[in-house]
Write a protein that binds this ligand. Structure first.
Ligand code: NIG
Ligand code: FE
Length: 390
């Protein structure tokens, strides 16, 4: 067994509060990490590091846990840049444009979808993301949803069945919920870890509280964990339904009532904020600082998708959250790493304490603060460990 020593880390963010400065970010300066068998086996000051077989010197750069992007829709074809442009002229997002992506996705080959997906994952890794969740939801037939998830499974264990994205055009609503909770779920569950629903009574295309409950309970009965798209377009039942059913995460949370915040603070459901969506749809940004102050666990994710947030960049999301959601740079980084891991109920990622996966993001900067301080500058990348991977 060989050990890899990563040294010359000017600032190491571990997201392990038992390490370093004792803050939630667990920051050490002039630090060294030892990696064995793909896991962190030692963390500490450079001078005290044990011997190792291979050394990598990062020359004083900052290292943070690889970003955990816990919400993305990456299996799709087609382009919706005209829809984006129309919003500059005042058009509002209501989910209707999803139909165009569904038509293009159904027409695409497996090979094309796979290549596009792998391209997005590479783009994410080049910006520091080392864990990504991928949803279906642009197939909306038994065959097309199952193939989306099969392809997604090739790149991540964090796959989510989102047959209940919208009711497909020309389809009977009741019949579609029966399809999603019956044959479609049966075909998709073997390829999925999670089930999700677009719970948004304010959209004519999405699902109401009763339909959403049916979808989530059927998914749970099939052994899937629960996630919810909720409270994106207006206040509504999504957040409270998610908390009541013990969902790992309710995502968007753009429009929250006091009762929603109270429910989130009292439950185990993470509020996943998606500032790329507010940016792209010109919606108001939710107050992430107030959520943290209320005791809610907050995650940040890209929601990378062609309709509401076509960015793969967690650094961009962090910068937006700091500028527009009242998160501090430290809170935003925590939400993009440890928070994302909690949203996926993972303990092996989102931190760099002993035992964590050796998923490191290196910054061409002296401090994590530069992620928001230097928006739009490509500072972060996932660290490729030298061969042989230890
Ligand atoms: O997370 N809101 C629902 N689903 C996606 C958008 C899908 C689309 O418009 O293509 C979202 O915002
Ligand atoms: Fe989404």
């Amino acid at each position: 067994m060989s050990a890899l020593l990563v040294t010359g880390i000017g600032e190491l963010v571990t997201c392990d509060p038992t390490l370093g400065d004792g803050s939630p970010l667990g920051v050490l300066t002039d630090a060294t990490l030892v990696i064995e068998n793909g896991r962190v086996s030692w963390v500490g000051p450079a001078g005290a590091a044990p011997a190792a077989d291979v050394r990598v010197d990062l020359g004083g750069r900052a290292v943070v846990p690889g970003f955990v992007d816990s919400h993305a829709h990456l299996v799709f074809a087609g382009d919706r840049s005209r829809e984006f442009e129309a919003r500059a002229g005042g058009a509002r997002y209501d989910g209707g444009g999803i139909a165009g992506t569904v038509a293009a996705t159904r027409a695409a080959t497996d090979e094309w979808l796979r290549a596009r997906l792998r391209g997005f994952v590479a783009e994410m890794r080049a910006q520091g993301t080392t864990t990504v969740e991928v949803k279906s939801g642009y197939g909306l037939t038994v065959v097309d949803e199952a193939r989306s998830l099969r392809i997604a499974r090739e790149v991540t264990p964090e796959t989510t069945f989102l047959g209940a994205h919208v009711v497909p055009q020309g389809t009977d609503r009741r019949g579609y919920v029966d399809l999603v909770t019956g044959p479609m779920l049966a075909a998709c569950a073997p390829h999925a870890r999670w089930v999700d629903v677009f719970c948004e009574p304010a959209s004519p295309h999405a699902f109401d509280a009763d339909e959403s409950r049916e979808v989530l309970l059927a998914g749970a009965a099939a052994g899937l964990g629960l996630r919810v798209h909720g409270n994106q377009l207006a206040e509504g039942p999504g957040v409270r339904l998610g908390v009541e059913l013990g969902a790992a995460s309710v995502d968007h949370c753009t429009h929250l009532s006091a009762a929603d915040v109270e429910a989130l603070a009292g439950g185990s459901t993470v509020a996943t904020l998606l500032p790329g969506v507010e940016f792209s749809t010109r919606s108001p940004y939710p107050d992430g600082g107030a959520l943290v102050a209320a005791g809610v666990t907050v995650a940040l994710a890209t929601d990378c998708n062609p309709g509401t947030s076509f960015t793969s960049s967690m650094p961009f999301v962090i910068a937006l959250a700091v500028r527009e959601m009242r998160l501090t740079p430290a809170q935003a980084l925590w939400a993009a790493t440890a928070g994302g891991a909690m949203a996926l109920r993972r303990t092996d990622v989102g931190h760099l304490g002993v035992g964590a996966r050796a998923d490191l993001a290196v910054l061409d900067a002296p401090s994590y603060r530069h992620l928001a301080y230097r928006p739009g500058v490509p500072l972060a990348r996932a660290l490729d460990l030298p061969d042989p991977r230890v």
